[in-house]
Design a protein around this ligand. Sequence first.
Ligand SMILES: *Cc1c(COP(=O)(O)O)cnc(C)c1O
Length: 429
Amino acid sequence: MNYAERDLKSVWHPYTQIKRNALPINIVKGDQTLLIDENGNKFIDAISSWWVNTHGHANPYIAQKVSEQLFELEHVIFAGFTHPNAIILAERLLSHLPKNHDKVFYSDNGSTAVEVAIKIALQYWNNQGIKKTKIIAFKNAYHGDTFGSMSVSGRSVFTNAFESLLFDVEFIETPMKGKENETIEALELALKNEDVAAFIFEPLVQGAAGMIMYEPEILNKLISICKSKNVLTIADEVMTGFYRTGKFFATDFIEEKPDLFCLSKGLTGGTMAFGVTTSTNKIFEAFISDDKTKTLYHGHSYTANPVACAAALASMDLYEKPELLNNVNRIIKKHESFKTKIQNSELLKNVRQTGTILVFELNTGESTNYLNDIRDRIYNFFIEKKIIIRPLGNIFYLIPPYCITNEELDYVYDSILEFLSFLENESSN
Ligand SMILES: *Cc1c(COP(=O)(O)O)cnc(C)c1O
């Protein structure tokens, strides 16, 4: 039995229907933008391996720093103890966050970063004896797969089986171009109830819903409305953080500053699972008390793991290098010119871009559907071309590591053109 067959016997994969599953591709090595399988096939990773890998695979600088850390300290309980990496990383993250942010809480991944933000927001009001327990979110939101983060995510095929067990959330329409007023009205209506604790959102790009994009101005407006009603705002920057949108954070495009941030994916550049929730001092102060019940009783065994912190610090070193932003801007420009070239194709609708994320939506005549069969055909076409993309139904997108070369990008763009002419030929035959 080869590895792929052994895998089928013993491994349960995420987001994968077992019955229709093709044999998984066994990757044995990474090198910058490339993932290399056991037969030596080299795949261009055009989606940063589920949106996490920003600095390229097996990055030697991160590998060196992680390896050094392993010989110093691999783990320490994070209650009653601390360690330099956790402190330095908090300071460095805060230097990129809005000035009102003062505290960093560590956890394990994007879902836990969201869980922590929700719990902090709810307990913030509870600690003050104020009855605010309702959360507002966007209908198309995706905030993770644990029960709390699922609850604040839009109801979809991902949440169907658990729907009756998810807590009640007030969903408002994602602001669409020309229909921004509907979202504002929905928010204002929801805020008529005094019991709203927080508003959570993915700034500018809603990832898992199909890379839905909206404008900074409307987000700014929504946050300012929440602030005027004394409602906390939670920016889930798990996907958008670390230059994905062209700036360090997507919320750097707006004036208003959210009260809580959730970070994960790009934090370690795809090296280790890690999550961060940041908060203002004002929120933090509501947890300081002689009354022990006001403590934030949340933590994970691996909270602030020193090796994960080392990976994040090495990743931060790379984010702070001038080359990094040059690369981001280079990708943005390349995407823009390809977008101009392709956007009038009749096979596509709503070609869209925010920063390094470029999105194509096949005009299938049906509405967007994650379970759409076209998905497998798109996926397989690009795998044949040795390009990894992962469509969401009829939507596919590029969200590459920042080290992707111009030649690699051109090859990916050319393959997309080829895919479109393949579809065209097929429909005319
Ligand atoms: C991926 C994602 C999450 C969940 O992160 P995990 O590390 O997969 O748990 C949460 N929010 C957003 C916006 C995401 O894209």
